[in-house]
Design a protein around this ligand. Structure first.
Ligand SMILES: Nc1ncnc2c1ncn2[C@@H]1O[C@H](COP(=O)(O)OP(=O)(O)OP(=O)(O)O)[C@@H](O)[C@H]1O
Ligand SMILES: [Mn+2]
Length: 526
């Protein structure tokens, strides 16, 4: 019916899904503030720009942020953030999360997207002979799947395909895209037609398929929510946690990154939704019933796939995380990068960054960290990882198509949120050693440290939207409190950097990613 073209042609940009109602998230107070004055951005129809409000109340805010940024001390800027915070909460009708996402810092203007800033595009194919053979194949061999009647029109696309088609050079998804809701709903509720093991990686995970050909990566619950990782366990031996995958997605979104594929929690029926339907014989062979009558399996993998580490239903119900699959590698190849701050993964050796106090200045001179935003993107990732105490970020990935000038995918967060009683300062090494941070990130972190937006409250609210929150909160209060404590530590690290580099001016520490737009652009945009 159609095919993807990764090589861009000279066609004009396709309209993107979900950009028609970009304002949907604005809450009641903002809606009334904006009523009548909100104009659609001419680029919005292409998904090129975030929702832009022309409200006068909003115009004052970025002006403060903008003007205060270059030379005023941080406290002064925090003061203006405080005013912004209050502005965003005029009554009680906006939840904290809604108020946060309505804040101008979550709708910063981005450069308009060009044709080659989209990962994929639909290329209509009209040959009738192809169409017939595709349909025959669908109905003959794909039992349990819906007949696909997709064409080049967005309306005909299932949520997972809309998600794929909306991936851009700068983010995996647009937070305000209404398709996201549909996508999460699919992950959490759609019938599962197939479950097979995903080869590669160290721990058990399954690829689940839905009737509309969507797929998700499943990680099962392996331990109780608030079990703390044994202090003596090496980080590379830690179990993965399904709730960490879910919470990491929420945290990444709350930080305004949009670099983790959407993840939803779900109670899986181990018998009906895995054992009875799997075509993976190696997986099927590992099922058994435990002495208390629970259905268990352990699969095949290089770590923890044995009867000692079986995954069990109660008696059939199993908590799991389902992450939406990224486009197949044949359509959108990815490049894997070794993190310069990777741990040594040896019990006896230290990594170079642990020994060399001048390590960052070398990294800064090495491609691709020597240009564009790669270094500050890596530091964003380190901040995310420090907040959730993920020590396992040995590699990261990017989409090949976008070259070096693109966002970093934060995949594999299963080893985060293992410990709440301690922080792991070494995760912040990239920030502390390089003393560099995106201004947009820093301002959002400040916002999340204010009582009216407190990170732990925001995360509690965000996670309460997940279906598994009905079983038990996805992060215990101890983990939520740790987030606030760690956020304060990140801000302290930045302050320390600013003191150290005081003589060089604040631009030395703060990478100003909000300039590049003229003052007028910002005024019009916010
Ligand atoms: N949402 C996704 N869509 C497509 N591929 C994914 C997704 N998430 C992860 N992957 C791929 O699957 C691979 C394995 O996933 P993951 O890293 O989560 O498992 P793992 O067992 O922890 O692996 P490792 O032990 O190597 O860290 C990753 O290298 C990544 O490329
Ligand atoms: Mn891993």
């Amino acid at each position: 019916l159609f095919s993807f073209s990764v090589n861009q042609t000279s066609c004009s940009p396709q309209p993107r899904p979900g950009t028609q109602s970009l304002r949907a998230v604005a809450g009641t107070n903002f809606t009334s503030l904006e009523a009548g004055s909100a104009k659609r951005d001419p680029d919005a129809g292409r998904g090129g720009s975030p929702p832009l409000s022309a409200s006068r109340d909003h115009q004052e805010v970025p002006a403060q942020l903008h003007a205060g940024s270059r030379d005023s001390p941080l406290e002064e800027r925090l003061g203006s953030l405080n005013r912004v915070g209050r502005l965003a909460l005029p009554g009680a009708s906006l939840s904290k999360l809604q108020a946060l996402f309505s804040h101008p810092l979550y709708s910063l203007p981005r450069p308009p997207l060009q044709d080659d800033d989209w990962l994929l595009k639909v290329k209509p194919k009209v040959k009738d002979s192809n169409r017939d053979s595709t349909q025959d194949w669908l109905s003959d061999s794909e039992e349990g799947y819906d007949a696909a009647q997709w064409n080049s029109s967005t309306e005909s696309h299932p949520p997972w395909l809309r998600f794929h088609l909306a991936i851009s050079r700068w983010q995996l998804y647009d937070r305000k895209d209404p398709n996201l809701q549909a996508l999460m709903e699919q992950l959490a509720t759609h019938r599962i037609v197939s479950a097979v093991q995903k080869p590669g990686g160290t721990q058990l995970k399954l690829v689940m398929s839905f009737p509309n050909y969507g797929q998700a990566l499943l990680k099962p619950m392996k331990q109780e929510r608030d079990a703390e990782t044994d202090f003596n366990l090496f980080y590379f031996s830690d179990f993965e946690r399904h709730n960490a995958e879910i919470a990491a997605f929420h945290l990444d979104r709350v930080l305004g990154f949009q670099r983790i594929p959407p993840v939803a929690g779900r109670l899986i029926n181990v018998t009906r939704e895995i054992r009875d339907i799997t075509t993976d014989r190696k997986l099927a062979r590992t099922f058994y019933t435990s002495p208390v009558g629970n259905v268990c399996f352990y699969g095949q993998c290089s770590y923890y796939c044995s009867t000692e580490h079986a995954v069990c239903g109660r008696p059939f119900a199993l908590e799991a995380s389902l992450a939406v699959m990224l486009p197949d590698l044949s359509l959108a190849g990815r490049r894997t990068w070794r993190s310069p701050w990777r741990r040594s993964y040896s019990r006896s050796k230290l990594a170079q960054w642990e020994k060399d106090p001048d390590y960052c200045s070398k990294v800064k001179k090495t491609a691709p960290y020597d240009r564009d935003t790669r270094l500050v993107d890596l530091i964003d990732m380190a901040i995310l990882d420090f907040l959730m105490s993920n020590m396992d970020r040995h590699h990261y990935e990017t989409f090949e198509k976008f070259g070096n000038n693109t966002f970093l995918l934060h995949l594999d967060n299963g080893r985060a949120f293992g410990r709440h009683s301690r922080d792991e300062p070494s995760i912040l090494a990239p920030l502390k050693q390089c003393c560099r941070i995106r201004r947009s990130t820093l301002l959002r972190l400040h916002l999340l440290s204010l009582p009216q937006f407190r990170l732990s409250d925001i995360m509690r609210e965000s996670l309460s939207q997940d279906r598994l929150a009905a079983v038990a909160p996805l992060l215990s209060q101890a983990h939520l409190s740790a987030l606030d404590r760690r956020l304060a530590a990140v801000l302290q690290a930045v302050r320390h950097c600013q003191e150290r580099h005081h003589h060089l001016g604040s631009n030395e520490v703060i990478y100003n990613d909000i300039v590049g737009y003229s003052s007028n652009d910002v005024m019009a945009g916010l």
